[in-house]
Ligand binder design. Sequence first.
Ligand SMILES: [Zn+2]
Length: 371
Amino acid sequence: MQKPSSVVYVWHHEYTKESDSFIPTESRNEMVHSLIESYGLLDKMNVVSPRQATMDDLKAFHSPDYLERLNSSPNDPLASEDDDEYGLGYDCPKKDGIMTYCLRVAGGTTTAAKLLGSGICDVAIHWLGGWHHAKRSNASGYCYVNDCVLGIIVLREKFERVLYIDLDLHHGDGVEEAFAGTGKVATLSLHKYEPGFFPGTGSLVDNGFGKGQNYSINVPLLDGIKDSNYINTFDKIFPTLVENFEPDAILCQCGADGMNEDPMRSFNLTQRSLVHCVKQILKVKLPTLLTGGGGYNSANTARCWASVTAAVASECLSEDVPEHVFFTRYGPHFELSIPEGMRKDLNSEEYLEEVVENVLKTVKKMKSKGL
Ligand SMILES: [Zn+2]
């Protein structure tokens, strides 16, 4: 029977366990799910097993030659000759089972998008997704297939205008690039933007092109941003963006690598920022798909996404992490709240005001219901 909250949680035991061997963070996805389960949140949502994507599904965005290369054996020297051209090496090495992993990640996000399109739910969560750096013919930054782009393509079968919001520490370059030439998909990315920091794109003046001019919105932030500045910045932009773009559906990538204590050592955020942004997004009452993304401190990523899940399910969580299989990983304080970092916040009031002012100028040039 459908639960009244109409929240779908896309999850599969085997996919979750397997996915952890393709990300650089020990047991992260298992820890996320276990924490959500231990807080009793699975009883508050409709848990749905995803359909695995097909190669044809991936071809909705990715090029056949890239997929062929991705599908070739990592032990075949002939097939590996120019893997570098496809980004397959360094942080995206080819591994046994990579294609199955990709089909499952993509299948989870597209399953969530289909459920939203069919009206079965209002919100769909897929924490294994959010691999926003992958390009049409390139793997990049731990991302082999861009499930966000594939999810948006599926959403657009039912919804005319889709708003993509990227809360990851890194710029959502793959998604922005995929839709930079259309006014049907608007992208908003809040990210660290400093010389030499991956992926190096996402400046204030990168706003799309052609029919997509002014529909790519970038909010470049500096090291050390804390919750209050992050939340204020989001709140000054998001309502105006919704008013001007008038989306029909939203996909939000909730990367947790901006959390304090992440090995990226960049922002000072706690889960309060992401919970706040997601609550604001839900207030708009549009079909909403939430994915994961970065997050390289497993316990804090689990704390963050369990807190977001609770917010979506309108539940309050106890501050004491429940005893469960990964309990010892939450020491020494065993509490749900991530402490805010103490790094200096380099985002001055003047800097953020200037960024917001410029962003709003671009947002106001969007033609509602146009293009
Ligand atoms: Zn990231």
